[in-house]
Design a protein around this ligand. Structure first.
Ligand SMILES: [Zn+2]
Ligand SMILES: [Zn+2]
Length: 413
């Protein structure tokens, strides 16, 4: 009897202990923002479950300190911009030792950890050649406990604007991004560059170079988007080397560059093995975007969505649409230029609704929907300090009211 009771108590304790372990594990690991069946884009604003991180240009023209950036957090509940610095009494002005003043090439919050991509020390290749590197630092979300997490050769050309353009994706505990690798020879940047596509494990810091996307003189690669299988690129480069030193004047040099043959390719790379191939998709252009395993495109008869995993195509609209469509939180936003109407299309239930237009001068583009609120860029809207980092409104109002009331949020100093 006694023995049985002890055994039961031990079992109950074990179950309780297991439950505690289970909940703490799942709470830490389950990041709903990135829990999708496709690579989720990271922009110049990085989203996570309770808010987002952004780099905010600060300083003043008076003391020439305008060139520093503050890493800030916006909490969905607080709806305020808070510097990522926990030092008591810090004015976050850049003239002091402020943890938030950092010029990151890119940043990301994942699983409760902040990852900053910052210029590292050049790697010496030989006596005349150096190669830029990127250090990836990890810290708590308040900027404390910063440590070096990983390092990779090359540069990231800052992440592009939310919610339209992205060159970094998070998928299954890994971040994927292109790096621009170009050497400095005797202190002068080489015109030759290679773009490599990198996988970074956000758990272990392991870096995998999946391969070269494109290389050449004046090479430039734009990421168009990614599916669960492939990432898509537009690449331009010259095969011919044109050096300033070969010309009598800079005008002749620029003329030669302008007249040089530029090769343009649409390429895709397998996420699994890095194999690269040419893309043949209808109407693909530099402005095309791929997100949520889907490619959207227009022809003269309409606007379509093309499922890149199944090959299925569906017509969304009877007119061609503006190429500046975007997807956020499983919703596609697109505009028919012919009718001058904007639409929201839910990718989950495939319902489409008209978005009431604004008749004021504010151009509000939502980038996040959360708990009945909608957050976005609001060009033309200023708060009482004359600046606005972002604006927000009620989700219902956004979909139902013309000129719905927006609240502008600026840096809370
Ligand atoms: Zn500070
Ligand atoms: Zn139309």
């Amino acid at each position: 009897m006694m023995k049985k009771k002890i055994k039961n108590m031990a079992l109950a304790f074990l179950l309780l202990f297991a439950a505690v372990i289970f909940t703490s594990c799942s709470a830490e690991e389950k990041d709903q923002t990135y829990d999708k069946p496709y690579p989720v884009p990271v922009y110049d604003i990085s989203f996570f479950d309770s808010g987002f991180a952004l780099s905010y240009p600060c300083g003043s023209y008076d003391d020439n300190s305008y060139d520093y950036n503050l890493m800030c957090l916006v909490d969905y509940d607080a709806k305020a911009v808070i510097p990522m610095c926990s030092r008591p009494g810090c004015g976050h002005t850049g003239r002091e030792n402020c943890a938030a003043v950092k010029n990151y090439q890119a940043s990301l919050v994942y699983g409760g950890t902040f990852y900053g991509f910052i210029t590292g020390e050049d790697k010496q290749i030989d006596s005349t050649t150096r190669r830029p590197t990127i250090d990836i630092v990890a810290s708590n979300i308040d900027g404390s406990n910063e440590r070096k997490f990983a390092s990779v050769e090359g540069m990231i050309f800052g992440l592009s604007r939310v919610p339209r353009d992205s060159s970094m994706f998070v998928y299954q505990d890994c971040a994927y991004f292109p790096v621009y690798v170009s050497d400095m020879i005797n202190g002068i940047g080489s015109a030759f560059a290679e773009y490599h596509f990198i996988r970074l494990s956000l758990k272990t810091g392991e870096i995998t170079d999946l391969g070269i996307i494109a290389s050449g003189y004046g090479a430039f690669v734009t990421t168009l988007g990614a599916t669960a299988e492939k990432v898509y690129f537009n690449a331009t480069y010259r095969e011919e080397n044109i050096e300033l030193s070969d010309f009598q004047s800079t005008e002749e040099y620029f003329e030669a560059i302008e007249n040089a043959k530029v090769i343009e390719k649409f390429l895709c790379m397998n996420l699994s093995d890095g194999a690269i191939s040419q893309v043949a998709l209808p109407g693909i252009s530099f402005s095309s975007r791929i997100v949520a395993n889907t490619y959207f495109y227009s022809d003269e008869n309409g606007f379509y969505k093309y499922d890149l995993l199944t090959g299925e195509t569906k017509k969304l609209h009877e007119h061609p649409c503006n190429e500046m469509y975007y997807v956020t939180d499983d919703r596609l936003f697109y505009t028919c230029d012919e009718e001058n109407i904007s639409f929201s299309h839910a990718l989950t239930d495939e319902s489409t609704s008209v978005i009431p237009s604004r008749t004021d001068s504010v151009n509000f583009r939502p980038f996040k929907f959360k708990d009945g609120w909608c957050y976005g860029n609001a060009a033309g809207l200023l708060d009482d300090k004359g600046i606005a980092v972002m604006a927000y409104c009620r989700e219902d109002d956004y979909f139902r009211k013309e000129n719905c009331e927006l609240t502008a949020v600026s840096f809370n100093d």
